[in-house]
Design a protein around this ligand. Structure first.
Ligand SMILES: [Zn+2]
Length: 220
């Protein structure tokens, strides 16, 4: 097996995964393979897999895991096996992990660590339900930590701020349940192999990143 850093980043909604994914990728020169991005790229570039995926999306269906896995494989063929990888958004459950390990195997790679940003449900609710967005310029506010200057109006556009559907209480509750039910078993799976770096996500993003660095350095 090769000695690359191959990491999976995982965490419930509101854990700040997007920010940390970029931080980690910069620091360790990882190719960040984020499911959302590779899907978008494939669709935009009209690749064979992208055309298939678009079909599902246009019909309001989820893109099958096999298709996403094939895109990941293509990406890895492109970037080769002598670099570090950080995976965000895939695998998301035990079934996807089977596909994922199969691909890594084909490249003679294996998961070195799973970075799990753990965060309490209450904190997730506090973060997400207080988030407001400007429908015009997409600027994001937080009613407690980063409020607009005038009551519920965008500082720049002076239009009424809105709550995204994703940030509504019942939607968050549902997403947290899905995470616990489907994604969390993956954490247990990798814990048994002593590969989980569990990070307390209730802190600010600088501290979270510092803890991630110490965690990863133990695996190198
Ligand atoms: Zn605005």
């Amino acid at each position: 097996m090769k000695d690359n850093l191959v990491c999976i980043l995982i965490g419930p909604p509101g854990a700040g995964k997007g920010t940390q994914a970029k931080n980690i990728a910069n620091r360790y020169k990882c190719k960040l393979v984020s499911t959302g991005d590779i899907l978008r790229e494939n669709v935009e570039n009209n690749t064979e897999l992208g055309v298939q995926a678009k079909n599902y999306i246009d019909n309001g269906n989820l893109v099958p895991a096999e298709l996403v896995a094939a895109m990941i494989k293509n990406t890895m063929e492109l970037y080769g096996i002598n670099i570090n990888y950080l995976f965000d958004g895939f695998p998301r459950d035990i079934e996807q992990n089977v596909l994922f390990e199969k691909i890594l195997n084909e490249f003679d790679l294996s998961v070195k660590a799973m970075i799990y940003i753990n965060i309490e449900d209450d904190v997730v609710f506090d973060r997400l339900t207080n988030r407001r967005i400007c429908p015009k310029c997409n600027r994001v506010y937080h009613l407690k930590f980063y409020p607009p200057k005038f009551d519920n109006l965008c500082d720049d556009c002076k239009v009424e701020l809105i709550t995204r559907d994703d940030d509504k209480k019942d939607v968050i509750k549902k997403r947290l349940e899905v995470f616990q039910k489907l994604t969390h078993p993956l954490v247990e799976y990798y814990k048994k192999q002593n590969k989980v770096i569990e990070i307390n996500g209730n802190k600010n993003s600088e501290d979270v990143f510092k803890n991630i660095i110490s965690g990863i350095n133990c695996f190198r």
